[in-house]
Structure formats: C-alpha cells, structure tokens
Design a protein around this ligand. Structure first.
Ligand code: UDP
Length: 335
C-alpha cells in the first residue's frame, strides 16, 4: 500500500489543497503542508503539520523535503485570480512560474521525483470545439492561464531532461465543500459564481452580479462544467498512485462532461435554499468564454476515476452548508 509515503502539499492551506490533504490522509499518506498563508488559511490545515514558507525559497523547500523524507509533491500553491493577473502579470509569473521552477529545483536537489500539478482549463482560452479534450490547442487569455501553461512546459522538460514523473490536472470549475464541513471555499475577495450567489442569499453582499445575458447559449448566460472539490481531491490521490505505479507523465482534464448555465445555477441555488437570491444583471465580464465543458474520458480511463459528488444539488448543498454555518471560519471573512 501507499501508506507511510510523505506528500508535500504546497498550497495545502487553500481551497483545493486542503480538501486534497484530507483525501491523502484518508488514503494512508502522511501530509506536510507548505504554504505562505498569503491566500490560504491556518484553520484549513488539519491533516498534517504546516510548514510556513515561500515557494521562491528553494533552500527552505529542499530542507523541508529532506527533513520530512518527502516522497512526492502535490503542487497547488499559486495566485489564481484571472482579473488580478491582468493587472499585475509580473506577480503571477514570479509567483506561479518562478515559484514552480524553484520547487522543481528543490525537488531535484532533494531527490523527489514525483509531482501532481494543479493546472486549469483556462489555458484553452476560447476553444473552437466543446467538449474540450486535452489535445485542444492551448491559447490562454490571461497571465494566469499562461503561467499555468508555462509550468506544464517546465514539467515536460524536467521529465525529459531529468526523469521527473508528473501529472498536470486541468480543472474545470471547482465548487462545493467538504461533506463533513471541515473545509470549504473562502477567497477574499470572492469572485466565483456559487459562493457569490450564496453570499448574496445570506445578506453578506447586497446582490450577486450576473454577467452577460447575450451569449450564444440556450438561455444567453455562460455554460460551465462544475466539479465538486471532493472529486478533484480524489482524482489527485489517484493521479499520485498512477505515478507510483510507474505510468507515464501526462495531462488530464478534470470535469464532469456536463455543462450548466449561470441561470441554471441560480435557479438550482434558489430551489435548494428555498428563497429568491438578490441578483443584479450586468454586461459581460471581459474574457469569459461562452461555453467551457470538459471531455473527461482520458481521466476516467487512466485514473479509473468518475465524479461521485458532482451533482449540482450536492455542490450547492455542501457549499451552502459551509458558507451558512455560523461557526464556519469563512463566515467572518469579507466576500
Ligand atoms: N459569474 C457571474 N457572477 C459572479 C461570478 C461569476 O455571473 O459573481 C459567471 C461568470 O461570468 C462565468 C460563470 O459565472 O460565466 C463562472 O464564473 P466563475 O468566476 O465562477 O468561474 P470561471 O469560469 O470564470 O473560472
């Protein structure tokens, strides 16, 4: 079994990283979180010790890997706000690309040869064909998407030149929260659709903006493929096992293959909550493609993975439970 292996989870105090830390611990791995807490939360580190540090601090990373006898890295630490990346691209390239290069250097120095990387469907840009398979040409529309693509290329060459084993998992829209209420989404400011709708329902913001009603989609609003964060977490554990079994490095889409419009999400949220949600209909948000839906068959086949928690009802119910919980650490944060 895979037990006893120590996994360094960079960004393990963040949304997807913390859920994956839990999934790893449940699967018998030992978890060490590496996070600078600039965007992550101390309360989200519950499944292993926290090592506070910067990705750019190669020597610190190397020392942690050696001292903790790290056997593999799951790399989540990154800046993720698309809009922010348009304002300060240099920060994104330094943090996401130089930071990842530093991590890879530390891994090489410490003799750690396996990594699962948190990538994104944002590197497909405005795809011509939907559903989107992994061989769709990449054309990122933001420094954020570009930074993730650049890291995938670093992995590729590190694999060829130095024998790194890697998996890049391209997520579609991560959503939902831990079923036990132990972690959930808590960004500040919050820009994602589902938490923004729920914040409006809770009166934490006056209304949720709904961006664009004139897209070439059946109801005029954008279509996205929402994948439950617990399903993403499980896929990371399977991806790590896949590498441990000696399978080749590759990129995989993680999505359900089903698309839902913004209006459909709004209607589902109102149905589940049982009351209308205050919204304000606005123009298009720049850079939003009309339709992003995964062709996830490659991940289904290679990882023997299938989303098990990703019905829209379960996504919204778990997110609602998380965000409305009176004692949730997220409840006190601005949205
Ligand atoms: N969206 C919206 N209001 C919001 C946030 C998002 O109408 O407050 C829309 C957004 O324009 C997109 C979809 O919801 O069409 C999903 O956006 P989100 O930011 O959650 O994820 P993205 O697909 O941009 O990664």
């Amino acid at each position: 079994m895979s037990s006893q292996i120590t996994v360094l989870v960079t960004g393990g105090a963040g949304y997807i990283g913390s859920h994956t830390a839990k999934a790893l611990a449940r699967a018998g791995y030992r978890v060490v979180v590496y996070d600078n807490l600039s965007r992550g939360h101390r309360w989200a580190v519950r499944w292993g010790p926290l090592e506070e540090g910067e990705l750019l601090d190669t020597e610190h990373l190397r020392k942690v890997m050696v001292a903790e006898r790290v056997g593999a890295v799951l790399h989540f630490a990154a800046l993720i706000e698309v809009g922010e990346s348009m304002k300060t691209p240099e920060t994104f390239f330094r943090n996401n690309v130089s930071g990842s290069l530093s991590l890879l250097n530390a891994m090489r120095d410490a003799g750690v040869r396996r990594i699962v990387f948190s990538s994104t469907c944002a590197l497909y840009g405005f795809p011509e064909k939907v559903p989107i398979a992994e061989d769709t040409p990449t054309a990122p529309l933001s420094p954020y998407g570009e930074s993730k693509l650049m890291v995938e290329r670093l992995l590729h060459w590190e694999g060829i030149c130095h024998g790194l084993q890697w998996m890049a998992l391209r997520y579609f829209n991560a959503a939902g929260a831990d079923a036990d209420g132990e972690s959930g989404e808590s960004h500040s400011p919050e820009t994602h659709l589902i938490p923004s709708l729920l914040a409006a329902a809770l009166g934490r913001r006056p209304a949720c903006p709904i961006f664009g009603g004139d897209y070439p989609t059946p109801d005029g609003t954008c279509i996205r493929d929402y994948i439950h964060v617990t399903d993403l977490a499980d896929a990371h554990v399977l991806a790590l096992r896949h590498l441990q079994e000696g399978n080749p490095s590759t990129v995989l889409n993680l999505g359900t293959g089903d698309g839902f419009s913004v209006n459909q999400i709004l209607a589902a949220a109102e149905r589940i909550i049982g009351k209308p949600i205050p919204i304000s209909r606005q123009g298009r948000r720049p850079g939003d493609p009309p339709r992003l839906v995964a062709a996830p068959q490659k991940a289904f086949e290679q990882l023997n993975w299938k989303p098990a928690h990703s019905s829209i009802e379960n996504i919204i119910e778990t997110a609602w439970k998380w965000s409305s919980h009176a004692h949730s650490p997220a409840a006190s944060l601005s949205v």
